[in-house]
Design a binder for this molecule. Structure first.
Ligand SMILES: [Fe+2]
Ligand SMILES: [Fe+2]
Length: 193
């Protein structure tokens, strides 16, 4: 069994305040997307409740977990260790909860995206972006696109994220560029031609 009721409760008890509500929202959205696009809702839901399990940790604590689990941060991650929360959450999912590799992989790339994302990776990334408590410009368009094409919705999310990062003068992770390029190379576009 992936995640029984007791394990689910244990995981949720580690989440506080907004993050608890957000994680339940991601779980609902991920299960719904899984049903819609042919992924296992239990795998998607389990990845969802674990995805932000380390997000409350400080930059130093993120780096400590990297040391513990043999994660080598890149230059961008060293400058912004909070970005590592996907990778550290994946390490916890693997080490403490014995989660299968595909679930850990989806958790690991939920912040940045990556080249050649699996359906499960895409579902978690998108669910994190569009879950019901999210309220920011563009979220409705992402929800709309998600009704008909997970790839178009995902590319829209990358576009918005990249625009936001550039506008705010923030660092861009190379995996986000790789994720964007992968979609573009496959001919995916979200605007109507
Ligand atoms: Fe996250
Ligand atoms: Fe999240």
């Amino acid at each position: 069994m992936l995640c029984n009721d007791e394990m689910r409760k244990g995981i949720l008890s580690r989440l506080r305040g907004y993050r608890y509500e957000h994680s339940l929202g991601v779980e609902r959205a991920a299960r719904r997307l899984a049903e819609q696009y042919g992924e296992d809702p239990d795998r998607a839901g389990t990845a969802a409740i674990l995805h932000d399990i380390t997000k409350h940790l400080s930059p130093q604590e993120q780096l400590n977990l990297c040391e513990k689990y043999g994660i080598i941060p890149c230059a961008v991650e060293k400058s912004e260790p909070k970005m590592l929360h996907g990778k550290t959450a994946a390490a916890i999912a693997r080490a403490e909860y014995g989660m299968p590799e595909e679930i850990c992989q989806a958790i690991a790339c939920h912040t940045t995206g990556r080249n050649r994302m699996t359906l499960l990776d895409k579902i978690l990334y998108l669910a994190d972006y569009i879950e019901e408590t999210r309220d920011f410009p563009g979220v409705d368009q992402a929800r709309e696109l998600a009704k008909t094409s997970i790839d178009r919705a995902l590319l829209y999310c990358y576009d918005q994220t990249l625009i936001e990062l550039v506008t705010r003068g923030k660092l861009i992770h190379s995996d986000t560029i790789a994720a964007y390029n992968d979609m573009i190379r496959q001919g995916i576009r979200w605007r109507e031609a």
